[in-house]
Design a binder for this molecule. Structure first.
Ligand code: COA
Length: 270
């Protein structure tokens, strides 16, 4: 596997996903690889070193791979004040990297904001559970046989990091792990209930996960609910129209015909 080469690219439920192999090395990223970036990205990459440089470049190449699949001329994909990747307004995107793999997910922003996360399945780190899970989630994990608990924890942990990345553009603040309740289903989706400490929202959250060799990959899409359309008034029946017209011609109130049992002055009839 050549470092920084494409690992896979595919259309997924929430957009287009691309992955790039990373070298497990702190060596500076070769110039030939940096040359695949936009000039401004390359300049940013040169301010980084060690694994951070490798990860950052890998994430950009993955995001560029996903953007390329959407047939885009790619502008520089820099960083906002919170560390999130910056894409053109009409696109939403997210990055994750773990030692030997970087992934990038891109979608059209009119469909919502997206978040992606990659986590290693080993070594197990069950001790993180009380810090990242709500009491209901801990109870669900503890009800499982011991050998299934870690994957249940890391799946929820990864989902929450993907939720954070997708949610951040809406809330612009740190969101704690206890602000989302994640209930994975066996069909590779998960139910997510947000319990946002500052009461933002409502939001529609969709979540999916995939098991990769030795890893879990989670993807989240967050949207604001569609504005509800004003309710259309029911058309009055033709006969009611005629009656209303006759009533108006006779100097009566139209309201009278629409509210049986009420006289022209609006008093309840006896
Ligand atoms: C920011 C955070 C989610 C990154 O996750 P991670 O597992 O450490 O690292 P990953 O490799 O998966 O992701 C790193 C990428 O996340 C992206 N990212 C960083 N901050 C981000 C933000 N505020 N919004 C969106 N994406 C962000 C960046 O693209 C970064 O890669 P890059 O710097 O190379 O471009 C994590 O460090 C964090 O702070 N988590 C705490 C908040 C949280 O998850 N709350 C749960 C709420 S339910």
């Amino acid at each position: 596997m050549n470092p920084f080469s494409a690992a896979f690219q595919r259309a997924v439920h929430f957009g287009y996903l691309a992955a790039v192999h990373l070298p497990d090395s702190k060596e500076p990223v070769p110039e030939a690889v940096l040359a695949q970036l936009d000039d401004a990205e390359r300049e940013h990459a040169l301010t980084l070193s060690g694994y951070r440089q490798v990860d950052w470049v890998g994430g950009r190449l993955a995001l560029r791979g996903a953007l390329g699949a959407m047939d885009r001329q790619t502008p520089p994909l820099l960083v906002n004040n919170w560390g999130a990747p910056v894409l053109p307004d009409n696109l939403a995107g997210s990055i994750s990297h773990k030692r030997t793999l970087a992934v990038g997910l891109v979608a059209r922003s009119r469909h919502g904001s997206v978040g992606i996360d990659l986590e290693d399945l080993s070594p197990p780190r069950e001790r993180i559970a009380p810090r990242v899970l709500l009491p209901e989630e801990l109870a669900a994990v503890e009800a499982l046989p011991p050998e299934r608990r870690w994957t249940a924890i890391v799946l929820r942990f990864s989902m929450k990091e993907a939720i954070y990345k997708a949610l951040h553009p809406f809330v612009h603040r740190y969101v704690d792990f206890k602000e989302a309740l994640v209930t994975p289903d066996v069909d590779c989706t998960a139910d997510v209930q947000l319990r946002l400490a500052k009461g933002e929202g409502p939001f529609r959250v969709e979540a999916r996960y995939t098991w990769l060799p030795g890893r879990v990959l989670t993807q989240v899409r967050i949207r604001e609910p569609r504005p509800s359309r004003p309710r259309r008034r029911k058309k009055r029946k033709h006969s009611e129209h005629r009656q209303a017209e006759r009533s108006a011609e006779q100097g009566g109130a139209v309201a009278n015909s629409a509210a049986p049992g009420t006289n022209v002055d609006g008093d309840e009839s006896v």
